[in-house]
Design a protein around this ligand. Sequence first.
Ligand SMILES: NC(=O)C1=CN([C@@H]2O[C@H](COP(=O)(O)OP(=O)(O)OC[C@H]3O[C@@H](n4cnc5c(N)ncnc54)[C@H](O)[C@@H]3O)[C@@H](O)[C@H]2O)[C@@H](O)CC1
Ligand SMILES: Nc1ncnc2c1ncn2[C@@H]1O[C@H](COP(=O)(O)OP(=O)(O)O)[C@@H](O)[C@H]1O
Ligand SMILES: [K+]
Length: 464
Amino acid sequence: MTSPVLTAAETRAAEQALFDAGITPVDLMERAGAGAAEAIVARFPAQEVLVACGPGNNGGDGYVVARHLAERGWPVRVAALAEPATDQARAMRAQWAGPVEAMPAVVPPLVVDALFGIGARALDPALARWLDTVPAVIAIDQPSGIDTDTGAARGRAAAAALTVALGALKPVHAIMPGAGLCGPVAHVPIGLPLSERAMLARIAPPALRAPDATSNKYTRGKVVVVAGAMQGAAFLAAEAAQRSGAGYVELVGDDVPFGAPFALVRRAWDASVLEDKRIGAVVIGPGLDASDTSRVRLEAALAIACPVVLDAGALTQLASDKDALASRLRGDDREKVRLLTPHAGEFERLFGPVGGDPLAAVRAAAAKTGALVLLKGATSILAAPDGRALVGPIASPWLSTAGTGDVLAGVCGTMLAQAAWHGFDPLEAVGAAIWLHARAAELAGPALIADDLLWSLKRAVAKA
Ligand SMILES: NC(=O)C1=CN([C@@H]2O[C@H](COP(=O)(O)OP(=O)(O)OC[C@H]3O[C@@H](n4cnc5c(N)ncnc54)[C@H](O)[C@@H]3O)[C@@H](O)[C@H]2O)[C@@H](O)CC1
Ligand SMILES: Nc1ncnc2c1ncn2[C@@H]1O[C@H](COP(=O)(O)OP(=O)(O)O)[C@@H](O)[C@H]1O
Ligand SMILES: [K+]
């Protein structure tokens, strides 16, 4: 249900494992370049192309791509930024039979960017300007100049028409803004050993278990959503918990109005509502204000043993005593599952600015609090206290509308309540919720409102 994502250093270590096993750097580069050319011809009609090669192994891949495209009848020009600086790149340069020109001032319509890969520093401004004027770019391994491990982009740049990820996905392919600049990503396996236990992985469709003859409403997960002053938000979370498959959802608050969905159980708040041993998860925060009443409810929720999703107003309350976060969230009980779901503003209030390396920021927040931390945004990043992290798909920008986070909180509640039943650990369960939410947004299409996600969640579950 996930694809491993390797940092530049992990990629180099994986390459080294192949070299240690007897594969030569030249063989590996041939494999990478041939695979990249294959991915290109599968997606583009034959046309004039300029392959721009840098001095390192990314440039070496470029010479291989050029040779393979030419063998397939493409009119190929090759330009070099500098002479190859590694043995394998030199060997590939020697195998390119055509001319090698200096970087042309006038750019052709299609350029293969084999300038820099995982070894890149910030681009020289003139080179960045040159790349930015190319109408269509196919990036080898990654667009040149974007930070491989953070996804931090150099200033103005257009998205590539295709990025061919060699051997492994890297953070640049998964985390915004870099992921957006990669355009469509084709993963070309080159035999790198990819651990199933990678510290970072991209969320793939989860394998959800369907109810069977032995199921009843409680085995399918009881989720309690604690309402506050703004009840709409809590309703969205509660119905999202229902629509993502929970068997029993209860909305507790004051004067919760009656109406659709009629399957939603409403109860007046009283601390005893959280004592039911059948509760699988509690969601608190959507619509929660800063009143004393809300504080009492938050404390009651934090006292229970089962997983608690803390969103919106609950995060604002927690931010008022940042130093006590870890002890308030888990106390002495390391087993307690607590999920914080901040957007960037809430994250900043709790932990300081996200900064240029969101993955590192989220990991640090999880380590500090002992909680799962999900930073929501165009790509959502989830980290566990032990450093494992998941990154979600690039989600529909139409999600940037009020209430969609409340829906996600409800889905998280259901997936955490059902985690053991699906065979997920808590990190995987929240990963499944992120995937379902993104898929629901895709199904809901343009101009969605949060309510639309409730219906499309049902279809997302069916597709998982
Ligand atoms: N080792 C191998 O045989 C394989 C390498 N692969 C390719 O190799 C790439 C990594 O190769 P390298 O480690 O050589 O790194 P790069 O090719 O990314 O670049 C490294 C070289 O460029 C210079 N450089 C970096 N940024 C620069 C800048 N902004 N301006 C000027 N010079 C700059 C560096 O000093 C170094 O000489 C991967 O991204 C991938 O494309 C893959 O083909 C897999 C196989
Ligand atoms: N530009 C965007 N592209 C994709 N997803 C987005 C974008 N902006 C927000 N989202 C998603 O929409 C949801 C918004 O949540 P949140 O900010 O908590 O809103 P609310 O509090 O109104 O419910 C999150 O799941 C977030 O990942
Ligand atoms: K590149």
